[in-house]
Design a protein around this ligand. Structure first.
Ligand code: AMP
Length: 415
């Protein structure tokens, strides 16, 4: 099935061609017909599956041309990076139409956003807080919004935006078409769905919980004080094109980024303490290949459209299993392949088990050949008599006298 069979407008078909897309992805195959028919829908596909085009193409097609009536489509995003990225995608898809799009997010001045809004827009891509500011100032009115997209709803929940999202939904007309995307559907999102949507069809692509199938996952157990050394050795050993290193906190991201810079890696750092300009420069430089390594925190990196990531390295194990799936979503995007490495210390065992339960499979533990490990106990967890997580810490201390691995164990070939 090709894009031409959906009944999309000619302008949008031309836009798709210009993007170089030939075949719709599975989520596009299922979601585009629903939205073309004005059906509310819930998409549980993850980022990287082509979900932006899945909602944008039919909506843009239906909006067809610019109207002075006010915004007819509102897309809510959890972060400004995502909002900016979706706006860029929409501009690309709509480039052969006269539709106008504006992006509205916090952390920057109002000037540019006001200018865009004054000129009249058909589509607004926004984060909830700044959108509400504009609504209160009277610079955005949603009375004509016929399409509402709630993207990454689970992340909006995580970030505490759900009350704002509800306030925004209340400002939209009741007669509207609503699409909601969420990798997981916790009870709060379920309540939102029942409140905000009309008999939505659920489009579930693959197993809701499983990360991209094309990604090879492995865990590198290591002592806390050897994490930085192991990361450096991994980056030397593995042939990568571009890699995102995820850290738990902004402080750790700064520390790891600085350490890698000292080791002559071209590194960009992305977290929410950096200014908007720094974040944009980091992202653009990474996309352009100026930086080979992007060190990021979860919130900053959520859903980023970076097509060519060959590797994701979890310097810290994510505390929430969904974050693992989202991080890994950076690789294997739109069906290309990637590798995902997770550094694990003894205290992480409980989180790793939660991740394995969540994704429904065990992740292989491997050793980096040639690396001088202090202890091996973490590799033994499946063997009879292995230590329970709470027993390991004490044992590690006893073993930390310099233990070397033999030649076996998970050697990765240089590609
Ligand atoms: P998304 O899941 O929306 O973040 O999209 C992930 C990536 O897939 C983006 O780089 C898109 O440009 C790309 N993409 C979306 N749809 C297609 C398609 N039908 N064919 C090829 N690439 C696509």
């Amino acid at each position: 099935m090709s894009f031409s069979s959906f009944g999309l407008s000619q302008g949008i078909i031309d836009g798709i061609k210009a993007m170089g897309y030939t075949d719709p992805t599975p989520i596009q195959l299922r979601a585009i017909p629903l939205l073309m028919h004005g059906q509310d829908m819930i998409g549980s596909a993850q980022t990287g599956t082509g979900k932006t085009a899945a909602f944008a193409l039919p909506i843009l097609s239906k909006l067809e041309k610019h109207q002075a009536s006010g915004p007819r489509c509102l897309i809510l995003e959890p972060t400004r990076e995502l909002a900016a990225q979706v706006e860029t995608a929409i501009r690309d898809y709509a480039r052969f139409t006269d539709l106008r799009v504006a992006v509205v997010y916090g952390g920057v001045g109002y000037g540019l956003q006001m200018d865009q809004l004054k000129r009249g827009v058909d589509i607004i891509v926004a984060t909830p807080g700044r959108l509400l500011d504009h609504i209160e100032r009277g610079t955005i009115r949603l009375g004509e919004a016929r399409y509402l997209v709630l993207d990454e709803a689970d992340r909006m929940l995580d970030m505490g935006f759900l009350p704002d999202v509800k306030r925004v939904v209340e400002r939209c007309p009741k007669e509207r078409i609503t699409a909601l995307f969420s990798a997981t559907v916790p009870p709060e999102i379920d309540t939102l769905i029942r409140w905000a949507m009309k008999k939505p069809e659920v489009v579930e692509i693959g197993l809701r919980r499983s990360p991209a199938e094309t990604v090879k996952h492995v865990i590198y157990p290591v002592a806390e004080d050897q994490k930085s050394d192991l990361l450096r050795s991994l980056l030397e050993e593995v042939k990568y094109d571009s890699v995102i290193v995820f850290c738990r906190t902004k402080h750790r991201a700064d520390r790891v980024g600085t350490m890698l810079k000292k080791n002559n890696h071209a590194v960009a750092i992305l977290h929410s303490n950096r200014t908007q300009r720094e974040r944009e420069q980091a992202l653009q430089g990474f996309r352009d290949g100026k930086y080979e390594v992007l060190v990021a925190t979860d919130i900053a990196a959520r859903g980023l459209d970076i097509a060519s990531v060959s590797h994701v390295i979890n310097f810290d194990v994510p505390q929430h299993p969904e974050d693992y799936v989202h991080r890994i979503g950076r690789t294997g995007r739109a069906e290309s392949t990637g590798d995902a490495f997770t550094l694990m210390v003894a205290e992480d065992a409980v989180h790793v088990h939660a991740i394995e339960r969540f994704i429904g499979k065990k992740i292989e533990r491997i050793k980096l050949p040639g690396f001088e490990y202090k202890f091996t106990i973490l590799f033994d967890e499946n063997k009879p008599g292995a230590l329970k997580p709470h027993e390991r810490k004490a044992k590690q201390v006893r073993l930390s006298g310099g233990y070397h691995f033999g030649p076996t164990g998970g050697r990765r070939k240089r590609r």
